[in-house]
Design a protein around this ligand. Structure first.
Ligand SMILES: [Zn+2]
Length: 399
């Protein structure tokens, strides 16, 4: 159920402004989108929590103020690896190349915070002959038996100040910072952990909330993401934690934004990002709730029509977007399966709604009339696979 409310709540956790108001609520959502449930009933009775987004009109930071950190626990069963997609691999490789070249990362020491299964750290170590340490409670050192294994260590734990004896010339973190409920405190801890060394370069990459708001990508709002950033708020939180910005960028068709920054000797007074963008951002916030309601109504009508026509429909992509899509929309009875190219997800069930996850090859027997693509970035890749399987369903983009 979607609730809407606009009310003043507590202070912004980044800039302490009292202009911090809640603007959008989604209740009773699965707390983990990446856990692979092997049992359908367990998937259906997965833990749930509420999402109530609040936005700071001074710095643009958005937070789920209903977030309960005690609900979070990542284990090896957690798998959000996107590395089975060539499209995503190419994107990641281009980032690794850019960072290695831009910061001369050759034979350097690299720390990755939230290294997942170690894919990105492996790229940095391989491509630049670097030495890497990755921190992630869901890490699996056995997955990395390649050439650079002797130069790469995975620590199965969250990074905290107890690991400040690990030295990094370059500290990166991708798709992790949005999981941190106190981003200011987290960055201050990191700054202290590197003992304020001014030549340490940080690279942080997060989903782009500006694009989510502009495109009404309500499926990108998931419980695990308790903090949302645009370029302005990302720069502001680094600045407020004692860093100076080196570079701001966006990639993957604008879906991700990143910052390169270093601990500052003297905090610069000016920002790279134009602060006027906050006004545009706030106007998107004001329209978001109404526009999302309209969008969800369209999808509910469409799915109801599909059900009435007895058409078989699958969702393509078993990531956070599809978990949100299936849990927010109640008219999902016509959807029996979710397709994913990650073989580790095959046979598992979607949290909250219980669709079975299948590999693309299984579609040749099922022959769906409709395929809903969750992320349009993968559209070409998915259409090629459908052609390869001699399938010609109607393709719907979950826009
Ligand atoms: Zn703020």
């Amino acid at each position: 159920m979607i609730l809407q409310s606009v009310e003043l709540v507590k202070k912004c956790p980044v800039c302490s402004s009292s202009s911090f108001s809640s603007f959008y609520t989604i209740s009773h959502m699965p707390t983990h989108v990446g856990i692979l449930w092997k049992d359908k009933n367990e998937a259906l009775s997965c833990p749930r929590g509420d999402i109530e987004l609040a936005c700071c009109s001074d710095c643009g930071f958005i937070s789920n103020i209903a977030f309960d950190p005690s609900m979070m626990e990542y284990t090896r069963e957690y798998d959000n690896s996107l590395y089975f997609s060539k499209c995503y691999r190419d994107y990641t490789k281009s980032i690794a190349e850019r960072l290695i070249k831009g910061h001369q990362l050759y034979k350097k020491r690299i720390i990755e915070i939230g290294s997942g299964k170690g894919d990105f750290l492996y790229l940095l170590c391989e491509m630049g002959n670097n030495y890497g340490v990755g921190f992630d409670p869901s890490g699996d050192e056995n997955l990395y038996q390649q050439k650079s294994a002797d130069r790469m260590t995975l620590v199965k734990d969250y990074f905290s100040k107890k690991y400040s004896h690990y030295y990094g010339d370059f500290i990166c973190s991708r798709n992790v910072f949005e999981h941190v409920p106190d981003p200011l405190g987290f960055l201050k801890m990191l700054r202290a952990a590197v003992h304020g060394k001014h030549n340490t370069v940080f690279y942080f990459e997060v989903p782009n909330i500006s694009l989510i708001l502009k495109d009404l990508s309500v499926w990108d709002i998931i419980y695990e993401h308790c903090s949302y950033f645009g370029l302005t708020s990302l720069e502001k939180v680094f600045h407020a934690s004692g860093f100076n910005t080196i570079k701001l960028s966006h990639g993957f068709e604008g879906q991700f934004i990143s910052i390169e920054a270093s601990p500052a000797k003297n905090i610069e007074k000016s920002f790279i990002q134009n602060q006027d963008t906050i006004k545009e951002f706030i106007s998107l916030i004001k329209e978001f709730s109404y526009n999302c309601t309209m969008k969800l109504r369209w999808w509910d009508d469409t799915l109801r029509q599909i059900e009435q026509n007895n058409e078989k429909t699958v969702v393509w992509g078993a990531g956070g977007k599809s978990v949100s899509f299936l849990n927010i929309l109640r008219s999902n009875n016509s959807i029996q399966y979710v397709v994913d190219i990650n073989p580790r997800k095959q046979g598992c069930y979607v949290p909250g709604t219980g669709q079975r996850i299948i590999l693309p090859e299984e579609l040749t027997a099922y022959r769906p009339e409709n395929v809903i693509i969750m992320n349009p970035v993968y559209q070409q890749e998915i259409r090629q696979q459908l052609d390869f399987l001699h399938l010609n369903p109607r393709v719907l983009l979950a826009l």
